[in-house]
Design a protein around this ligand. Structure first.
Ligand SMILES: Nc1ncnc2c1ncn2[C@@H]1O[C@H](COP(=O)(O)OP(=O)(O)OP(=O)(O)O)[C@@H](O)[C@H]1O
Length: 217
């Protein structure tokens, strides 16, 4: 469902073009979970943003559900992203003026896939069913990230892209949240590409892709 072939990406810096990705190829199929690791500045977030269609590569093909998005315009990429991809970031990015139930429903409604029964199942599985009328500021960090994960899964994405999803949580809470996320991702059959600095967390996923010198090991 996600296929990258020879992706290249540079940024223009004070000293000219700085190559970050120098020919990255990667495939994430349904049900596959892949940890994207690499030193700070190695290009993990850059790669994840390209996969989400938030930015364009300089060269190479990037296929989502068989469609090459590397040459498409912003609105086409936004439509394809809404239909296919779920994003989970370190910052929970919940909508402060909406309660938990409305936050959970938000992306699914945008994607035209609101399914109240699935949302209710997710709320129970994520331990949020007693918190549905609370607002984000009334939740702990771990609870907020569980809402963010539920909001993503509620839209039934085929591919989930996660950037350090437990990076803002203490180790014990982060481990529990990751465990829940992995269990739910496995049940939905989605593919998962997750950036992490932690070899310990990377080991919980099915496969590891390590960025070094602009390429994947
Ligand atoms: N918009 C930008 N303009 C210029 N340079 C950028 C831009 N975004 C990222 N970079 C540079 O590209 C390189 C890769 O950055 P990126 O954020 O992808 O790395 P990362 O592996 O995610 O790092 P970290 O683990 O610290 O979050 C870095 O050298 C960074 O300074």
């Amino acid at each position: 469902m996600l296929e990258l072939c020879d992706i290249e990406k540079s940024y223009i810096g004070g000293t000219g073009r700085v190559p970050v990705l120098r020919g990255v190829s990667l495939r994430v199929g349904p049900g596959e979970t892949v940890a994207l690791t690499g030193e700070s500045g190695s290009g993990k977030s850059t790669l994840l943003h390209l996969c989400a269609g938030l930015d364009l590569p300089d060269a190479g093909a990037l296929c989502l559900q068989g469609r090459d998005i590397s040459q498409t315009d912003d609105s086409t990429r936004a439509r394809l992203r809404r239909g296919t991809v779920g994003l989970v970031f370190q910052q929970f990015n919940l909508i402060p003026s909406l309660d938990v139930a409305a936050n959970l429903a938000f992306q699914a409604r945008l994607a035209g896939r609101h399914d109240p029964a699935w949302q209710a199942t997710l709320a129970v599985r994520l331990g949020l069913d007693g918190l549905l009328d609370r607002y984000p500021e009334q939740l702990s960090g771990g609870q907020q990230q569980r809402v963010a994960i539920g909001r993503t899964l509620a839209a039934k994405p085929a591919l989930i892209l996660a950037d350090e999803p437990t990076g803002n949580l203490d180790e014990e809470t982060g481990d529990a949240v990751l465990e829940l996320m992995l269990a739910l991702v496995a049940e939905t059959g989605a593919g998962l590409l997750m950036v992490t600095h932690s070899p310990r967390l990377a080991a919980r996923l099915g496969r590891r892709a390590h960025l070094k010198g602009g390429r994947l090991d």
